[in-house]
Ligand binder design. Structure first.
Ligand code: SF4
Length: 124
C-alpha cells in the first residue's frame, strides 16, 4: 500500500483509525530518519570538509586577513588591536575551542580561530 492510498480493507462509511495511524507513524519515522541522516552528515562534515581561507584569496587580501593575527600589517590596518582574533569576532561561527570555523565573509571556507581581518567586530 502506498502512502496516499486507502487501506485495502477500507470500507466506505467506516473509519479504521488504527490503519491510518500506522501509515502516519511509518511516514513520520521514514521522514525523521531521512532528516536525521541529512543533518547529521552536514553537521559532522563541516569541520573536515571546509578548506581554509588562503591569505592570497582576493577577498582575504582586500580585508587584510591573516591566519595568525600577530602578523597583521599594523601600518596598513591601524584598527588592529593586539589580542583580537577571529575567535573573539562577532562574525566567527566556529565552535568554542575549535582551531577554525566558518565566517560569513568567506562562504564555504574556514578561517583560523587565531586569524584576523579588517572586518573584525568584537563579540559583545
Ligand atoms: Fe575573522 Fe571576523 Fe574577519 Fe571573519 S570577519 S575573518 S571572523 S576577524
Amino acid at each position: 500500500m502506498k502512502d496516499h492510498e486507502l487501506p485495502t480493507d477500507y470500507i466506505p462509511g467506516t473509519f479504521k483509525s488504527e490503519n491510518l495511524m500506522n501509515v502516519s507513524r511509518r511516514v513520520f519515522i521514514e521522514n525523521g530518519a531521512f532528516l536525521l541522516a541529512t543533518f547529521g552528515v552536514c553537521a559532522v562534515a563541516w569541520p573536515d570538509s571546509a578548506p581554509m581561507v588562503s591569505e592570497s584569496d582576493p577577498t582575504a587580501v582586500a580585508l587584510g586577513y591573516k591566519a595568525n593575527a600577530s602578523s597583521v600589517d599594523k601600518a596598513k590596518f591601524p584598527q588592529y588591536v593586539p589580542g583580537s582574533s577571529c575567535s573573539k569576532c562577532a562574525l566567527y561561527q566556529g565552535a568554542a575551542g575549535a582551531a577554525s570555523g566558518p565566517c560569513p565573509l568567506f562562504a564555504g571556507k574556514a578561517v583560523s580561530a587565531q586569524g584576523w581581518c579588517s572586518s573584525y567586530v568584537k563579540k559583545p
